[in-house]
Design a protein around this ligand. Structure first.
Ligand code: AMP
Ligand code: MG
Length: 334
């Protein structure tokens, strides 16, 4: 059995910052959190970057599925309990996205994710159809009760906020920096980019989107200001068995890796948590359904790369494909 683990330190390539035009100095902080290397860089005091990092670490300590001291670990072990206001707020955001996407994003997918080995320290394996069908009995976000800070999970259900936690953490870290007067920052939370303001000269940040078929290279560059850009890609975490590639983004309807033609889904919006949940959901939906969702839900932009070689982008974006990228660009009608 051949197994491969593509552990990429960064899920998006970042373009370098331009020279500083303002008074503040550019500082940079690298750290490991949420199973990935994060790089925070901002025109801000080093202590502020440390404060932003602490916010991410704190969220991780509360919502990790594998850390025995976390609140989510306790919920999964005990079938519910009382959580902190912050964890309740994150769960509430996540449940809102489960409902909005009609379950393409489903926080109760955890038993399935674990069966495939996509958890910290997990062993990759391909579960049988019978096994995944049995696990799906316990997957249904609509049966989670959240009443203030009190959570009740039905028998056998376990939750995983991994599809939204990094985006949420980026959003909270950015809010902290803005509150302390920072107007120029780029936070890379491995696949999730959160920007604060613009570059010091007022021009937008340039965020490169990885080429899902050649993740060392990039498919294009999108320009954003004060927004988040979050990518979900099968290449981020996957293994091969008998010539087949299996990845960590599950279709809650089948209990198996989502294969609806999208190989990379990037969502750009003000709210990083929304971007994170939606990038996972659009990957699950496939391009046609994602376009319908974009038209009805609104409030975000997207870049989808499909397995038939198309890049689909929404018209509100400033996106430039890389010269070398082998994709046909299709911009949606407004
Ligand atoms: P992302 O990389 O943001 O797309 O999130 C993928 C992670 O979210 C996986 O590693 C799982 O922990 C979890 N996950 C996988 N599939 C789903 C899904 N359909 N809905 C919610 N979370 C999911
Ligand atoms: Mg996500």
């Amino acid at each position: 059995m051949k197994k491969k683990y593509y552990a990429l330190p960064f899920l998006l390539l970042l373009c370098t910052l331009t020279a500083c035009g303002g008074a503040a100095v550019q500082n940079k902080l690298d750290f490991f959190a949420m199973d990935t290397v994060m790089t925070f860089s901002a025109y801000a005091d080093k202590s502020l970057l440390g404060g932003a990092r602490d916010i991410v670490m704190n969220i991780e300590s509360r919502v990790s599925t594998t850390l025995e001291s976390s609140e989510v670990y306790a919920l999964n072990r005990d079938g519910g309990g009382t959580v902190s206001g912050e964890t309740a707020a994150l769960l509430d955001t996540a449940l809102t996205m489960c409902r909005a996407t009609d379950g393409a994003f489903d926080v109760s997918i955890y038993p399935v994710v674990r069966a495939w080995g996509f958890t910290t320290g997990g062993e990759y394996r391909v579960p049988s159809f019978d096994e995944t069908a049995a696990l799906l009995e316990h997957v249904d976000y609509a049966r989670i009760r959240l009443d203030g800070q009190s959570v009740t999970l039905p028998e056998g259900m376990e939750i995983d906020l991994g599809g939204v936690a990094k985006g949420y953490a980026g959003r909270e870290a950015a809010a902290y920096l803005r509150k302390h007067g920072v107007t120029s920052g780029l936070l890379n939370l491995g696949g999730n980019v959160q920007t604060v303001g613009s570059k010091p000269d007022g021009s937008p940040w340039r965020v490169a989107i990885r080429d899902p078929n050649d993740p060392q290279s990039y498919a294009g560059v999108v320009e954003i200001r004060d927004k988040a850009a979050v990518t979900s890609g099968g290449y981020e975490r996957c293994f091969e068995e008998n010539g087949e590639t299996y990845w960590h983004i599950m279709n809650p309807a089948t209990g198996r890796p989502a294969r609806n033609g999208v190989v990379s889904a990037t969502v750009i919006a003000d709210d990083g948590a929304l971007c994170d949940a939606l990038s996972t959901a659009l990957f699950v939906m496939g391009a046609e359904k994602a376009e319908r969702f974009w038209r009805s839900y609104g409030g975000f932009d997207m870049i989808l790369i499909t397995d038939d070689g198309e890049t689909v982008v929404t018209p509100g974006l400033s996106y430039t494909p890389a010269d070398s990228a082998p994709y046909t660009l299709r911009t949606l009608e407004p």
